[in-house]
Design a protein around this ligand. Structure first.
Ligand SMILES: Cc1ncc(COP(=O)(O)OP(=O)(O)O)c(N)n1
Ligand SMILES: Cc1nc(C(=O)O)sc1CCOP(=O)(O)O
Ligand SMILES: [Mg+2]
Length: 473
C-alpha cells in the first residue's frame, strides 16, 4: 500500500486507500495476515466514495472470499454511477519475499472479474486463478482467455516470472479486440519489492490522467524499469522499487508491438539528409506540389486518399519527377507500391498501414519511410522499425481528418521528442502560423500541416511566412 501511494503521488495523481487486511510483514517475510471485518471494509469504501469520487480503483490483495463478494457488490454499484471509475485488479497471492498472502479461487473471484477493466496477474497468479501454467505463448493466451470469458475487460500478464522469454521481460496484454506485447531488457537487481503493486497503480494513475491503455502500460513499465535501476537495499531482504517521477529516459521504455506484427531485423531505413525537415506541407494534388516547390518548400507530401487508378499513377509520377528536379524530399502517402515503382524519395505510412505494407520491399528499394504515431506506445512500435522520421500527432485539434485519439498538446510533444531519441521528428495536427514558435520550442525537427496552407486566403504569403518563422524560431 505504501508502494501504491508513492507511485500515485510520483506520477501526479492523488491516492486514497481502503485497507482490506492488516499484514505484519517486512522485506523478508509476512508473519500475519488479518482480513478486516466486512463492516470495516464497507465503511471505508462508503467514506471515500461519498467524499472524493475516484477516476480509477486499483485493487490489491483481498483477504478472503467474503471480501471479494462484498467489494464486487460495491463496485457493481459504482459502475452504474454517472462517472464510473476504471477498475484494475492486481490479484496478489504472494509477496515478493515469497510468502503466501491469499488463496485465489476462480469461482470466488467471478463476481469481481466481470467488473474489471484490467487484471494484472503474474505467471503464478494466472496459474493459480485459471489452473493453466503459462509455459509458452499459446498456454498464456489460453489462460488469459479464461479470465476474459469470466468478463474481465483485459488481461495484462506481467513478464517478471515468464522465464521462457529469456533475457527479455515480456508483458502480454490480451483483450477481446487487442493483443499487444511490451518488451524490456530484464533489470538485474534483487531489489524489486512492491513491483507488482507499483505497476498496477502506475497504470491506474496514468489512465486517470487521460492516457489510453497502450500508453498507460508503456509509461507504467518505464516507471518500473527506472525504479528497478534506482532501487537500493533498505531492510535485510529485497529493497523497494525506487519512486523517481515521470519517466523520460528513452532507454527505460519497453518496445511495443502487436502480437500480429512480424519481427524483422534490419539496419534502418535510408536516412533523410537532415535532422530537421523544416516546413512540411501535406497536400492532395499535383497542382499544389508544383506551387509549393515554386515557393521554396523542400519537404512535402502528396496525400491523395483514393484507390489506385491510372490517373492517380500519372499524378504521382509527375509529382515524383518535379520533386527530383527541385531536389526536394517528396513523400508519397499510403501508395507505397507506386512510390517504389516510380522511385519516389520516400513513403509515409500510418499505424494501420504498417500492417498492410511490405516494409521489406520499401527498405530494399532504398526509399525513406515516415511513420505516424499518436502516443508513447505507437512511438515505441515505430522506433523498433528504425524509420527515416517519426510523425507525432495530432498536437492540436484538426478539422482535416477524424482522429480516434485526443490532441496531444505541447507538454506531451516535448516528452515524445525525448522519446524518439535522435530519430528525426515531425509534429502534425492543427499547426498554424501563430503556433510555429510554441511548437519549435519543444525541439521537434519539423512542422507538417494541411489547412494552414490549403485554406489560407493567400497561401503563397503564408508559406513564405511559415518558412521565415520556422527559420527564426
Ligand atoms: C507527416 C504526416 N503525419 C501523419 C500523417 C497521417 O498518416 P496516417 O495515419 O496514415 O493517415 P492518412 O494520412 O493516411 O489519412 C501523414 N499523412 N503525414
Ligand atoms: C493527415 C493528418 N494526420 C494526422 C495525425 O495526427 O496523424 S493529423 C492530420 C491532419 C493535419 O491537418 P491540419 O494541419 O489541417 O490540422
Ligand atoms: Mg495512411
Amino acid at each position: 500500500m505504501q508502494a501504491d501511494l508513492l507511485t500515485v503521488q510520483a506520477l501526479g495523481g492523488h491516492g486514497c486507500t481502503v485497507v482490506s487486511a492488516i499484514t505484519a510483514q517486512n522485506s523478508v517475510a509476512v508473519t500475519q495476515v488479518q482480513a478486516v471485518p466486512l463492516e470495516v471494509l464497507s465503511n471505508q469504501l462508503n467514506a471515500l466514495a461519498s467524499d472524493l469520487w475516484p477516476g480509477a480503483v486499483k485493487i490489491g490483495m483481498l483477504g478472503d472470499a467474503s471480501q471479494i463478494a462484498a467489494l464486487a457488490e460495491f463496485l457493481h454499484w459504482m459502475k452504474q454511477q454517472p462517472k464510473a471509475p476504471l477498475i484494475i485488479w492486481d490479484p496478489v497471492a504472494r509477496a515478493s519475499c515469497g510468502s503466501q498472502l491469499a488463496a485465489l479461487q476462480l469461482a470466488d473471484c467471478a463476481p469481481l472479474l466481470r467488473l474489471l477493466d484490467l487484471i494484472t496477474p503474474n505467471a503464478n497468479e494466472l496459474a493459480l486463478l485459471t489452473g493453466i501454467e503459462p509455459t509458452d505463448a499459446t498456454s498464456l493466451a489460453v489462460a488469459a482467455n479464461v479470465l476474459l470469458k469470466q468478463g474481465a475487460g483485459a488481461v495484462l500478464v506481467k513478464g517478471g516470472h515468464l522465464h521462457w522469454t529469456g533475457e527479455e521481460c515480456q508483458d502480454w496484454y490480451l483483450s477481446p479486440t487487442k493483443q499487444w506485447r511490451f518488451t524490456s531488457s530484464r533489470v538485474d537487481t534483487p531489489h524489486g519489492h512492491g513491483t507488482g503493486c507499483t505497476f498496477a497503480s502506475a497504470i491506474a494513475t496514468v489512465l486517470c490522467l487521460d492516457y489510453p491503455m497502450d500508453d498507460a502500460i508503456c509509461i507504467a513499465k518505464a516507471y518500473i524499469n527506472q525504479g528497478l535501476k534506482g532501487a537500493v537495499p533498505l531492510g535485510q531482504g529485497p529493497g523497494p522499487v525506487a519512486h523517481l517521477g515521470w519517466p523520460v529516459r528513452a532507454e527505460d521504455f519497453p518496445a511495443f508491438s502487436l502480437l500480429a506484427d512480424t519481427p524483422w531485423q534490419h539496419s534502418g531505413f535510408t536516412p533523410v539528409d537532415s535532422q530537421s525537415l523544416g516546413l512540411y506541407p501535406v497536400v492532395d494534388s499535383l497542382a499544389w506540389v508544383e506551387k509549393l516547390l515554386g515557393w521554396g518548400v523542400r519537404t512535402l507530401q502528396l496525400r491523395i486518399k483514393q484507390a489506385l487508378t491510372p490517373e492517380l499513377e500519372e499524378q504521382i509520377a509527375q509529382a515524383v519527377a518535379l520533386g527530383k528536379q527541385a531536389n526536394a524530399r517528396l513523400f508519397i502517402n499510403d501508395h507505397w507500391q507506386l512510390a517504389i515503382k516510380l522511385g519516389a524519395y520516400g513513403v509515409h505510412l500510418g499505424q494501420e498501414d504498417l500492417q498492410q505494407a511490405d516494409l521489406a520491399a520499401i527498405y530494399q528499394a532504398g526509399l525513406r519511410l515516415g511513420i505516424s504515431t499518436h502516443g508513447y506506445a505507437e512511438i515505441q512500435r515505430a522506433r523498433a522499425l528504425k524509420p527515416s522520421y517519426i510523425a507525432l500527432g495530432h498536437i492540436f485539434p484538426t478539422r482535416t481528418k477524424d482522429m480516434p485519439s485526443k490532441p496531444q498538446g505541447l507538454t506531451r510533444l516535448r516528452h515524445y521528442v525525448d522519446l524518439v531519441n535522435g530519430t528525426p521528428s515531425v509534429a502534425i495536427g492543427g499547426i498554424s502560423l501563430e503556433r510555429v514558435e510554441a511548437v519549435a520550442s519543444t525541439g521537434v525537427g519539423s512542422i507538417a500541416m494541411v489547412t494552414a496552407i490549403t485554406e489560407a486566403s493567400n497561401p503563397e504569403q503564408v508559406v513564405r511566412d511559415l518558412l521565415a518563422r520556422w527559420q527564426n524560431a
